[in-house]
Design a protein around this ligand. Structure first.
Ligand SMILES: NC(=O)c1ccc[n+]([C@@H]2O[C@H](COP(=O)([O-])OP(=O)(O)OC[C@H]3O[C@@H](n4cnc5c(N)ncnc54)[C@H](O)[C@@H]3O)[C@@H](O)[C@H]2O)c1
Length: 253
């Protein structure tokens, strides 16, 4: 008799970006398979809305992940009351479209802090003794196809996401002796608020090309949630240091 790998009733997972898009879809899916969730986001109203749709073991923490020095204490305190974690997924992220000549250093700094430095800070907290459970602990980061391939006017976002690939591989090696797995998903374009926000800056031709860039069409937030679930689950117990493309074929071309 095989174990039911999609029964998460023994698993506690921290999810950032849980207020919207991929983070919210991931929270709702993991909640539906009985995971106990600690939901993080900067938007407290959105967090409350997600929480209201989750099972009653879930909790939330409103936090600004761009404040790198302000992450450790509130998250550590929250885990103390919430209990140790089996997994952590850093989904919160912000886009920044700008050509090189108008690139604003302060904005680049903020993009790096939310997309990349917060991933490191959270991994540091997760891997602290007593914050994680020892049976198959798993960290998942969310990058982008633009961490793998180039696109114009996207240098800051690409830098923040390709850095996650280096972090994934190095941490996978560093944490393997503790049996903590570290993986990353590089999504293609998903129909979320973020896509609505950035598609206004694309010219018509690029917007028209978006579908052609994805042989399977644009993705749904749930497509990423399912990939995350695999990497968190015991089905993925021998997978570490992987950048998993979940992109409808974008990077196959
Ligand atoms: N949507 C896409 O097409 C797409 C494609 C590739 C990668 N991604 C990546 O997937 C992740 C989620 O994207 P999405 O489309 O769901 O975006 P979204 O904008 O719908 O959700 C992002 C969430 O992050 C939260 N957030 C933003 N800044 C924060 C901060 N400083 N502190 C805490 N929380 C903060 C927001 O409040 C929001 O709830 C991002 O990392 C994004 O780069 C998205």
């Amino acid at each position: 008799m095989h174990k039911n790998f999609l029964d998460f009733s023994e698993k506690a997972i921290l999810i950032t970006g849980a207020g919207s898009g991929i983070g919210k879809a991931t929270a709702l899916y993991l909640s539906s398979i009985n995971a106990k969730l600690l939901l993080l986001d900067i938007n407290e109203d959105a967090l409350k809305e997600t929480l209201s749709l989750c099972n009653d073991q879930c909790d939330y923490l409103a936090i600004d992940l761009s404040d790198s020095h302000g992450i450790k204490i509130p998250v550590q305190d929250k885990i103390k009351t919430f209990g140790p974690l089996d997994g952590m997924v850093h989904i919160a992220g912000i886009p920044y479209l700008s050509p090189l000549k108008t690139l604003n250093t302060d904005t680049v700094d903020k993009v790096l802090k939310v997309n990349t430095v917060a991933a490191l800070e959270l991994a540091k907290i997760f891997t602290k003794h007593k914050n994680y459970k020892t049976e198959n602990p798993s960290i998942v980061f969310i990058s982008s196809v633009y961490g793998l391939v180039g696109s114009a006017a996207n240098v800051a976002y690409a830098m923040s996401k390709s850095a996650l690939h280096g972090i994934t591989k190095s941490l996978a090696i560093e944490l393997a002796p503790k049996h903590i797995r570290v993986n990353c998903i590089a999504p293609g374009f998903i129909k979320t608020q973020m896509l609505d926000d950035v598609s206004g800056s694309f010219d018509n031709e690029y917007n028209n090309r978006l579908n052609q860039l994805h042989p399977l069409g644009l993705g749904e937030a749930e497509d990423i949630a399912y990939g995350i679930t695999y990497l968190l689950s015991d089905m993925g117990k021998w997978v570490t240091g992987t950048i998993l493309s979940v992109d409808g074929g974008f990077t196959a071309q």
